[in-house]
Design a protein around this ligand. Structure first.
Ligand SMILES: [Zn+2]
Length: 422
């Protein structure tokens, strides 16, 4: 159940009664989300006789992170109760996993900002011993989003949500590439959930900036639909392509800007601009141009790839895991020759699909600027050298086929990085 509307907070007690008639609710919030909606919900639960347990409120400062240590802290607190997560991405991810470990019959989420697509998805993005992982756990039984609360969220959170939703444009282009090459087939229901109305959800950044209810509703609906698509596939493919891989690299490497890690949405905004710039450049190639490039393209050997992985990841705690992934997907010899033939054959089809999918780079940048999203490398603490490193490493860390794999297999990645201008 996912409800967005006016006066939705007032429905929290009846939803709890209906779904968990014998449960004793407990609110989990942080200092900010307690002020945004938590206190009000606590009072509602008390006045309607639900006898809530004392709330568990994380401090507002330092900023709460979705670290597994907080899951461990929550498990004994939630055991035997009905968790009510009041917050956005972080609180929801912590309660999502802790509810499973505490063996509660699910939990209720009261959303406080349209900032992430993870409310409705299966799995929680948590840092476990320093490594970012998607840990399995079911989505909340019910998500309640009150227009007044969502509309009062800080603008950077709304902007981050917009960027995470806008990322589905380039993510869709990456899926087109993988599907056309027969590597990751489309899942039509998940595709439509995200892509069918994506353009209209993203159409009004000015309205979002001005906190117009229709624009906020469109954003929240889009983020929720994306979560449902991931839940359906039990995979993040419908929501994430290379732009999210860049963001994962920056998370792994602890990127900060002015002492703080940029929000997920802000990293993905820069990632989406990079993907748009690189895909626009490569898909300007005619099939003849592709053929000409492939005729002289270098074929990376196993030894060369190993050396490249070692050079990029020396001293990294993720070296072993990334090496396995990067080497596992390396094509050489006949397999590479066959892949290059397949790419050449499919090029006109991929090209047409990607061109129809992408927003022009200037337009994407304009929309991000309206909302105060980052649009330059320096806005999230990156420089040219870090960009180059990030693009190369992003192609190593996961088995998700994106334009980065396509360029790498064509022997064109290095040259195209040099041409990447956002
Ligand atoms: Zn995301």
């Amino acid at each position: 159940m996912c409800v967005l509307g006016d006066n939705v907070l007032a429905e929290v007690p009846s939803v709890l009664r209906q779904v968990w008639p014998d449960g004793r609710p407990i609110i989990i919030a942080d200092g900010n989300t307690w002020a945004a909606a938590g206190r009000e919900v606590q009072e509602l639960l008390e006045t309607t006789g639900l006898q809530p347990a004392p709330p568990h409120i994380f401090p507002a400062q330092p900023v709460l992170h979705a670290d597994y240590v907080h899951v461990s802290e929550l498990v004994p607190v939630l055991t035997g109760k009905t968790p009510v997560a009041v917050g956005s991405g972080t609180i929801n991810d912590l309660v999502k996993r802790a509810s499973v470990e505490a063996k509660t019959p699910g939990y209720l989420c009261v959303a406080t900002a349209p900032s992430v697509d993870g409310y409705t998805s299966y799995g929680a993005a948590l840092t476990v011993n320093g490594v970012k992982k998607t840990v399995p756990c079911p989505a909340p039984v019910a998500i309640l989003a009150d227009n007044r609360v969502i509309g009062s969220a800080p603008l950077p959170m709304i902007a981050a949500g917009y960027a995470d939703l806008a990322a589905k444009i380039v993510a869709g282009a990456d899926w087109h590439i993988a599907a056309t090459l027969g590597i990751t087939p489309y899942e039509p229901v998940a595709w439509d959930l995200v892509q069918k109305d994506l353009r209209s959800w993203l159409a009004d950044p000015e309205g979002l900036r001005d906190r117009q209810p229709a624009a906020l509703a469109a954003l929240f609906t889009g983020l929720a639909a994306t979560g449902f698509a991931m839940q359906r596939m039990r995979d993040s493919r419908p929501a994430s392509g290379a732009e999210h891989l860049f963001s994962h690299v920056w998370e792994m490497e602890g990127l900060t800007h002015q002492g703080e890690a940029p929000s997920h949405g802000f990293k993905v905004a820069i990632g989406s601009l990079i993907s748009t710039a690189m895909m626009t450049a490569m898909f300007a190639w005619t099939p003849e141009e592709v053929q000409r490039r492939l005729a002289t393209a270098h074929a990376t050997t196993t030894e060369e790839r190993q050396a490249q992985v070692d050079a990029c990841l020396k001293n990294s705690p993720f070296a072993a895991e990334v090496t396995q992934t990067a080497m596992g997907k390396l094509l050489t010899g006949t397999a590479l020759a066959e892949r290059r033939q397949a790419i050449l054959k499919a090029w006109p089809e991929i090209q047409a699909k990607v061109k129809a999918q992408l927003l022009p780079l200037d337009e994407l940048r304009r929309r991000f600027q309206i909302l105060g999203c980052p649009v330059k490398l320096a806005d999230i603490g990156l420089d040219k050298a870090m960009l180059r490193h990030s693009i190369i490493v992003a192609g190593m860390i996961r088995n998700r086929y994106t334009f980065l794999d396509l360029l790498f297999e064509m022997g064109q990645l290095e040259e195209q990085i040099d041409n990447c201008r956002i």
